[in-house]
Design a protein around this ligand. Structure first.
Ligand code: FE2
Length: 351
């Protein structure tokens, strides 16, 4: 059976003393591929040339003419091709300050001269083991990170799909507001975007708007789809969809804003809305945005008692609601969107 050859590690020694280079060659050649350089510049040239050998570890002398070991180390750490190669410094003196300086500069270890073969081999072996371990750890971290990211993306996708499914369920109940939740969500997200809100904020607004009418599930269909005028009791019953929606979504502890949006989307800026009579900034900002989108879509979609209103009328009504029913800042953004919508595409049944 053919056993594939084990890849030998390649060691580069940088030392201006030819005796040292020869000694290192003698010590290391049995176990490693070995290359020697007589100076820092020679080593750096070798490491960056196009046909550079794949060096796994560098033995670096400190006292050298031209460039000393620290200067070479700094250069190695600045080049992307060499930054990851572990460096063991070779030092003649037992100066602790030099060692501290070397470790701070990024050296992996130290070997003192004169060389003791067993010791130097052991240091190299240990450094290579540590480096391999580091490499495997990094690979594992990368793998786990990618896995976590994929899982997060999948969970977020599931969340979005579940919300859209629920929104479809709501819209299916109301014959005359088909696609209402989706359109309100899109308009509200666009208002938030134009108001300079973050992507996260826009996404929250989108989800909140998708589910704002979920309480309609608790209202009899006959009432929701009734042709003709509602009695006072019937109107009061329909208004209950805000409270019912808030109660249903109170179960989503992870995103309390969903319940708030459902409960408060019929509050009015002037405080005359329902169910709590909140006014101005008492109504959370995202819900003030949704209220604008909701009013707009109510006028630009078919109702049991009327067709889609002409754009000029819609504009007039949105203008009238400014500061009374709706927050002027976000109503202004909607008015701007209406003015830009010269083909009147922002309505039910249009793209
Ligand atoms: Fe509603």
């Amino acid at each position: 059976m053919n056993v594939p050859p084990v890849k030998r590690h390649h060691i580069l020694a940088v030392d201006d003393d030819s005796m040292n280079r020869m000694m290192l060659d003698a010590i290391l050649s049995t176990d490693y591929d070995f290359t020697a350089a007589a100076s820092g510049p020679e080593a750096l040239a070798l490491l960056t040339e196009p046909a550079k050998p794949a060096i796994d570890l560098i033995l670096l002398d400190i006292n050298m003419p031209e460039m000393n070991g620290f200067e070479v180390l700094t250069a190695l750490q600045q080049a992307p091709q060499t930054i990851g190669i572990p460096v063991i410094m070779l030092t003649g003196d037992l100066d602790q300050e030099t060692e501290v300086r070397g470790i701070q500069a990024g050296a992996f270890d130290f070997v003192h001269k004169p060389f003791i073969p067993t010791l130097i081999l052991r240091r190299i072996e240990r450094t290579l083991e540590l480096k391999a371990l580091q490499h495997h750890m990094q690979q594992e971290i990368d793998r786990q990170t990618a896995l976590a990211q994929a899982q997060l993306a999948s969970t977020q996708r599931l969340f979005r799909e579940m919300i859209e499914t629920l929104a479809d369920t709501i819209d299916a109940k109301d014959t005359y507001t088909h696609g209402h939740s989706h359109r309100v969500a899109e308009y509200a997200q666009e208002i938030a975007r134009r108001a300079g809100k973050t992507a996260e904020y826009q996404r929250d607004v989108y989800y909140m708007a998708q589910l704002h009418d979920i309480g309609k599930i608790g209202i009899p269909s006959s009432l929701i789809n009734k042709n003709g005028k509602l009695t006072e009791e019937e109107y009061a019953a329909i208004q209950q969809h805000t409270v019912i929606g808030g109660d249903i979504l109170a179960h989503v502890a992870e995103m309390p804003e969903l319940a708030e949006a459902s409960r408060s989307h019929h509050e009015r800026y002037d405080g005359t809305g329902y169910p709590d009579g909140l006014a101005g900034t008492e109504i959370p900002e995202k819900i003030r945005i949704i209220a604008v989108a909701d009013s707009y879509d109510a006028m630009t979609s078919k109702r049991s008692y009327r067709d889609i209103l002409p754009q000029a009328i819609v504009r007039q009504e949105m203008e009238k609601a400014r500061g009374t029913q709706l927050d002027p800042e976000f109503d202004d953004i909607m008015l701007q969107m209406i003015d830009e919508d010269t083909n009147y595409e922002l309505q039910e049944g249009r793209p």
